[in-house]
Design a protein around this ligand. Sequence first.
Ligand code: ADP
Length: 293
Amino acid sequence: MFAINFHNKIEAILSDKIERTILISEVNAVSGGSINNAYCLTTNHDKYFIKKNQADRYPEMFEKEAKGLDLLRESGAIRIPDVIGLGEFDNTSFLIMEFIESATQKPNFWKQFGQQLAQLHQNTNSTFGLDHSNYIGSLYQQNNPYNNWTDFYINERLQAQLKLARDNNQIDIATISKFENLYKRLDEIFPKESPALVHGDLWSGNFMVDEVGQPVIMDPAVYYGHREMDLAMTKLFGGFDDELYDSYNKCYPMEKGWENRVDICNLYPLMVHVNLFGGGYLGQVKSIVSKFD
Ligand code: ADP
């Protein structure tokens, strides 16, 4: 499944890292991702997970993903897969991680997930943003620092996606002007909170159940933002149990009315979907912003 040179390169990296000769015996495609090609590598030592893409298409994508994973792991809040190595070979960029074997959820899975997410969100920073840009899916995500959440959300998130959609003729002027109306209200809509370390792309495809039935999160688009962004995103496509919110709320109570802000938070991932996958998602965007006429 891999070209021989690439296969040899990965074996060399693994052997170097593990400090013994690693030979890959099987390469099996892993489905579920939306951007990269992912595989499980079976070797004479262990299994590994590798994702790869065309290097010149998405510069530094895996470096940034590894940095995001490191930041989340350093919080000590929740299990994050270990990064084994990354690099570029013949215009193929790749990221190698430990392979997470899936088992069934422990009975307290959602309770634990809620507690761990609450713990993650208690990691704070002096400003909203991050010290580097990264990616959300395959789109560039800018993270310039702001003292105020709504300024950050407008400039670094919504406007950035609107501009891209406009440049690609994916959005009409009337919808853009509705965003302008929403912007004037954002300060009163969002409760003031400290910047929280967020996963940034927390849909059900980005968590797994590990071999002992506990949560693992991966494929992040990290930044210090409003914690409701993560909670809202869990509700966008479903797949998260209500127990998670109960447990989260006990550890780190959410501000009143957070459910009413879910749609506003989800304007960002919805606009990302408009830009990644086309206008099919624009209907949802329009129905949210039309409430702010
Ligand atoms: P993409 O960057 O293309 O979105 P993901 O990182 O989401 O790819 O990975 C694709 C799928 O592979 C995930 O939905 C998950 O099921 C699985 N996966 C991700 N990381 C690992 C891992 N470390 N071990 C085993 N499976 C993984």
